[in-house]
Design a protein around this ligand. Structure first.
Ligand SMILES: C[S@@+](CC[C@H](N)C(=O)[O-])C[C@H]1O[C@@H](n2cnc3c(N)ncnc32)[C@H](O)[C@@H]1O
Length: 210
């Protein structure tokens, strides 16, 4: 399946901006679980890649408060503007494939529904970059649309893939991924993998250590 190029992705998310939160009804359960698995502690330094409107970032900031800091990167200026109103200024316009941070900068890396927009040919390099910016005792939690695990979620994914093959933009550029093998190839140790289904939409939560 062909993915959208970065310019189309940027335009799409610039268009949606704050209204992207309307989609959160099918992501809420998976996000709640992913943020729990992120296991944040006060003082942690966190990076959120493709932070979108900043809703998750608010929770992250709250949990690392008193000494911690959370940075967010996104390619969409409108998303960054929306997030800025919620989260404050630790935001960077950058591509997750070339993160402008030094090696070993973060205790935690979080990325929700962003890798599923990235061309397959770039995924391994992107994940290797994620590992580069994590501290050696750091941990990463990734969330993405994935393959179905039940009758309803398999049916949903089948319809989704058909729509995506006709027009990726109708699916917001997201296609289902199974991340664990790639994450392992990028040098991480997989700590857990879960699939959470809400309204028949299956989301993979992959937790990995350095
Ligand atoms: C599906 S939205 C998810 C937003 C947010 N993480 C959430 O779960 O609500 C994907 C976000 O990733 C951003 N994005 C897409 N490609 C990116 C890239 N290569 N680097 C950084 N951000 C990217 C988009 O602009 C958009 O804000």
């Amino acid at each position: 399946m062909d993915t959208l190029n970065t310019e189309s992705v940027r335009r799409y998310y610039d268009f949606w901006g704050k209204r992207y939160d309307l989609f959160s009804f099918y992501e809420a359960k998976a996000k709640e679980r992913a943020l729990e698995l992120l296991d944040l502690k006060p003082g942690h330094k966190v990076l959120n890649v493709g932070l979108g409107t900043g809703k998750d970032q608010l929770q992250i900031l709250d949990q690392v408060a008193s000494g911690g800091i959370a940075f967010g990167v996104d390619v969409s200026l409108n998303m960054l503007r929306t997030a800025l109103k919620r989260t404050g200024p630790t935001l960077v316009e950058a591509d997750g494939r070339s993160l402008p941070f030094s090696n070993g900068s973060f205790d935690r890396l979080y990325s929700a529904y962003t890798l599923d927009l990235i061309p397959s040919t770039d995924l391994l390099d992107m994940l290797t970059g994620f590992r580069r910016v994590l501290k050696p005792d750091g941990q990463m939690v990734l969330l993405s649309l994935t393959e179905g695990v039940s009758f309803a979620s398999r049916a949903f994914v089948s319809v989704w893939k058909t729509a995506y093959s006709v027009s990726p933009i109708t699916c917001g550029g997201c296609r289902p991924l199974v991340l664990t093998e790639l994450v392992r190839k990028a040098g991480f140790t997989i700590l857990s993998r879960e699939v959470v289904v809400q309204f028949a939409v299956p989301s993979e939560i992959c937790v990995a250590g350095y």
